[in-house]
Design a protein around this ligand. Structure first.
Ligand code: BGC
Length: 391
């Protein structure tokens, strides 16, 4: 059996279960997936480890690298060009997927699935028992907090990690200002957007959301926050749909044990993160293993993997009829948003910025989140200065 070492950051129960779908399918085709997992949601630790291994001259055979970073690795000459008829067929993928995986038309990454990040995950029995309406606005969520707290329930489950705070910040900005402003601010960095009061408002809302959290947010991983919602100790978590993968791994049923609602004001918007794998060149003329590419691209694998992961398939032609309502909504909205300009690439999940810019955003948002003396105005000025300087 051939073997292939794969570096990734899928270490929660749901993530591991979805990785198992890949491992099994590859094993059926005589390719052994040698696991190299690096703990840490969002993949920042995984990327640090990957860089260290490459500098050391011992890259893995394949790795989860996502977003425009794929292009940087390819331009530095580390990635293997991937030759596969279906990968070459751009009509099988959404335009944003095609942009990420190709360098001058040559595919260098295999797209697997697409996450939607602007979701709220709710425990329905908490809302039923306390007779609280499901929140569709921020103020509804805020006004339910005293009732929830009186019943000993945390209104908003969260973990105080830089990437979780950045995820919440980008979601809030999208919710308050829309996808086009989001892109003008984070990507185009238009002067009018950088100095817009909307940024101050987003920081203010982030601080308000912090008042809905409990005192034990430090060192809490995202899946521990999901556990609080599942157990009815918390009412809501705001997070990408890898949470659904986690709930599935725990045997929870969507629509019964938990609900998904788009974050207020983002019904038609899709804040996305796309999971992709690259292969490293061992020798300049080595041929990358076709079985790996072929298996990851197969429609059945893409369906089964997404069912476990909480995502939608990266291939446009894979039917989602057997998926739950949350994923079908994600699929519908992604298709619509691709046409209508309502797509927003996640900054927190490396979809649109250089790692340097991303680190700078994380640093400012995390400092603001943790230092109550830092005003929203100051945070907005610092963020604008940084984005301007790194443009
Ligand atoms: C990835 C997901 C992963 C999540 C949490 C995101 O950046 O796209 O695949 O489940 O981080 O680790």
């Amino acid at each position: 059996m051939q073997s292939l070492e794969v570096l990734h950051w899928w270490t929660s129960s749901g993530e591991q279960q979805s990785a198992t779908v890949l491992k099994q399918r590859l094993a059926e085709r005589n390719l052994l997936w040698v696991d190299y997992p690096v703990r840490g949601g969002g993949g920042d630790s995984a990327m640090a480890v990957l860089k260290a291994r490459v500098i050391d001259g011992s890259p893995p055979g394949a790795a989860q690298i996502i977003g425009p970073d794929i292009q940087h690795w390819a331009q530095l000459g580390f990635l293997s060009p991937l030759h596969h008829a279906q990968l070459d067929d751009t009509s099988l993928f959404y335009p944003v997927v095609n942009e990420l995986i190709r360098v001058q038309g040559q595919a260098v990454a295999i797209p697997l699935s697409i996450h939607r990040i602007n979701w709220m995950w709710l425990n329905p029995s908490v809302f039923e028992q306390l007779d609280i309406p499901l929140p569709t606005t921020w103020s509804q969520l805020e006004s339910s907090a005293p009732v929830l707290r009186a019943a000993g329930i945390i209104p908003l489950a969260h973990g105080n990690e830089p990437w979780q705070n950045a995820t919440l910040f980008e979601i809030v900005l999208l919710s308050q200002s829309g996808a086009s402003f989001y892109r003008q601010f984070f990507i185009d960095r238009d002067e009018s957007a950088l100095t817009d009061p909307a940024i101050v408002a987003a920081f203010e809302q982030l601080r308000t959301l912090k008042t809905l959290m409990d005192p034990h947010i430090n060192q809490r991983e995202w899946q521990q926050a999901s556990r609080l919602v599942a157990d009815g100790e918390a009412a809501v978590q705001i997070m990408g749909d890898w949470v659904k993968g986690e709930f599935s791994a725990w045997g929870l049923v969507p629509g019964e044990d938990y609900l998904c609602l788009p974050v207020p004001g983002t019904n038609e918007q899709h804040l996305y993160s796309i999971d992709t794998f690259v292969m490293f060149l061992d020798e300049p003329n080595a041929v990358p293993m076709p079985t790996f590419i072929d298996t990851l691209l197969s429609p059945d694998l893409q369906r089964d993997f997404s069912l476990a992961k909480g995502t939608i398939p990266a291939r446009k032609d894979v039917p989602v009829t057997t998926f739950d309502d949350c994923s079908r909504a994600s699929h519908h909205v992604f298709g619509q948003a691709s046409q209508s300009g309502m797509l927003a690439p996640s900054i927190a999940h490396s979809m649109a910025m250089s790692p340097e810019s991303e680190d700078a955003v994380f640093e400012i948002v995390h400092r603001f989140f943790n230092d109550e003396r830092m005003t929203p105005e100051l945070a907005a000025i610092q963020l604008a200065q940084t984005l301007r300087a790194l443009k």
